[in-house]
Design a protein around this ligand. Structure first.
Ligand code: FAD
Length: 392
């Protein structure tokens, strides 16, 4: 089996032709400039809101880098491409910010279509869901705060639970595990309790329902410990997607505005430490815990690999999966896959207008994190140079 080498750009970009590599290069160069990213993020959202026809421009540029397509059908060609290099796909119907029950029913129906496809296509080994895709954000905040609901809100909550059960039951029947994404702190408590209810019902034989822990939160290591104790008591399996967390700035701002202690670490090193400890904890309980390491961090990925080796867990163990977002950190994804690890890409798709919040987050993340951008750019530049070096 090949040795892990994250610097192997030939493998990392094997699926990109010269034109595609150039497009990525220019996009990542543009995204390095925070002023430009903020200006274009606001401009694009407004332009699409008032109906300016900029959809095709977005679709040909940033959308193509980070999304698989506008529809499930359109995305299947990317699934097939990833399959060629032994990388699985997690189709992520990235609809955000909806408010109407009708939209939530549509998202549920789309999820059921993904599960049906995954049942017959094993290169889609998991699926995923944002609970705010099937319920109103403010309803979840109210449930989170344990506030009394009006009769109308109670009906909404019942409808949410019915949709959630329908999706989970379909995942169980089709043997397709589902990751429940972690979201804002102000509603994550509600997501946690609803998801625990689902885990108790559907995880008696294996981890079908898998929750997400954001390790930038200083209380999450403890939460994971409690979850494992609870799962052992209930004789169920649990699944944990471990991420650092996507809303660090927003969480700090909200805590400051509302006058409560920030729920997230203030030092990156503390998040990194908790992330690796969470990996250890889950690996040490692998008899009942399934893990998805959702990260682009090389050190954490190497930490996972070393700990698996130390515990005698084979590379190919299906309970452990590494996952990166489509369009990012291909050098980790493809080199891990080459070494036999179970690897997937999160593959967002949906109408351009609906995936905009996701695209804005990706652009901002690639701007604000020191190191991340320069690494993507450096790797792409190295690959461009390698391809055009004179043959000796
Ligand atoms: C497959 C996959 C699924 C994901 N699912 C979710 C999800 O469900 N919910 C979600 O919120 N995010 C999710 N993410 C995004 C993830 O949380 C991170 O935002 C992103 O992956 C960057 O973190 P990193 O581990 O890759 O690496 P790094 O680049 O090493 O870390 C960057 C992260 O560190 C943290 N950080 C930055 N500065 C500080 C600081 N000063 N103090 C403390 N912490 C800091 C932030 O979380 C930041 O995103 C997912 C990512 C992947 C790859």
């Amino acid at each position: 089996m090949a040795n892990l080498d994250f610097d192997n750009t030939q493998k990392a970009f094997a699926l990109k032709n010269d034109g595609q590599l150039n497009r990525s290069y220019w996009l990542f160069r543009l995204m390095q400039k925070p002023i430009l990213v903020n200006f274009f993020s606001r401009l694009t959202v407004q332009a699409l809101k008032i109906g300016l026809p900029i959809g095709p421009l977005v679709k040909a540029t940033i959308f193509k880098q980070f999304c698989a397509g506008e529809t499930l059908q359109e995305s299947e060609s990317v699934v097939a491409l990833l399959k060629k290099v032994n990388v699985g796909s997690i189709l992520d119907y990235s609809i955000e910010g909806k408010e109407r029950e009708e939209d939530f029913d549509n998202t549920r129906d789309e999820l059921l279509r993904i599960v049906a496809l995954a049942k017959t296509n094993r290169s889609i080994p998991y699926t995923c869901l944002k609970l705010t895709g099937i319920a109103r954000h403010d309803l979840l905040v109210k449930v989170n705060d344990k506030k009394a609901l009006t009769a109308e809100e109670q009906k909404e909550l019942d409808a949410l639970k019915a949709r959630y059960h329908e999706i989970c039951a379909s995942c169980e029947a089709s043997d397709v595990p589902i990751y429940i994404d972690a979201e804002d702190y102000c509603l994550q408590g509600a997501i946690d309790s609803l998801t625990e209810e689902m885990m108790k019902k559907y995880n008696t034989k294996k981890a079908i329902i898998q929750t997400t822990a954001q390790l930038y939160r200083w209380d999450r290591l403890d939460y994971i410990k409690q979850l494992i104790i609870w799962a052992r008591k209930e004789h169920i399996f649990i699944g944990l997607k471990l991420v650092r967390g996507a809303y660090w700035e927003k969480e700090n701002e909200r805590a400051h505005q509302m006058g409560y202690k920030s729920p997230v670490h203030s030092l990156k090193a503390d998040t990194d430490r908790d992330y690796d400890k969470a990996l250890d904890l889950c690996l040490e309980n692998i008899d009942i815990v399934s893990i998805c390491a959702g990260t682009h961090n090389e050190a954490s990925t190497l930490h996972l690999v070393a700990k698996m080796k130390e515990l005698g867990i084979p590379n190919t163990d299906k309970r452990i999966c590494c996952s990166q977002l489509f369009g990012m950190s291909d050098h980790i994804t493809y080199n891990l896959a080459e070494s036999g690890y179970n690897v997937t890409k999160y593959l967002p798709y949906g109408p351009v207008k609906s995936v905009l919040p996701y695209l804005v987050r990706r652009a901002q993340e690639n701007t604000s994190i020191a190191g991340q951008m320069s690494r993507e750019l450096r790797l792409i530049s190295e690959e461009k140079k390698r391809r055009h070096a004179p043959q000796s």
